[in-house]
Write a protein of this length. Sequence first.
Length: 195
Amino acid sequence: MSEPAVPSGTRGAGPGGAGALTMPALPVGRVLEVVRAPAHVLSTPGAVVDPADPEVVQLAADLLATQEVSPGCVGLAAQQVGRALRVFSVDVSGHPKTRTCHGAFVLCNAEVVEATRRERGREGCLSVPDLTGDVRRARRLVVRGQLPVSGERVTVATDAFEAVAVQHEIDHTEGVLFLDQVAGAHALHPRQRYR
């Protein structure tokens, strides 16, 4: 995919594009407890949010703060901290599988616009700490959403590992775990622990 067209009134960078989304200033985030399966909230589709609502703005900051202190975490959704809302954070900076990276960002009310080049890959999740699974996901992705604080509508075109992370988090906001996406028990694996 070449440089994506970015509709007027939106921002974003795509594969080979220029870097990070410019996030609005957020308050200081609090580290929240991560909910584990089979908690009901993880299977609850999220409500559409007002990105300018002070509670949503604080949640955005909290997701980033919680993600930052969680080893190996590249994304976190509102459901994973006990809130059934359409808000998630992603940051794949420094991950060895990353090609395109928009830095640390939060999207509200995100939806997939285009998804191509589906491949199977191994995924894990903070809310399912003992398992990983083989999931088919698009490796090229275009999503639309809104930034917290401003509500600015953005289009994000991405690929590879970041595309997988974004899809995983959008699934969470729809009440779907990676466990729901695997082909069967043969595609689940115990998580490897490294010391």
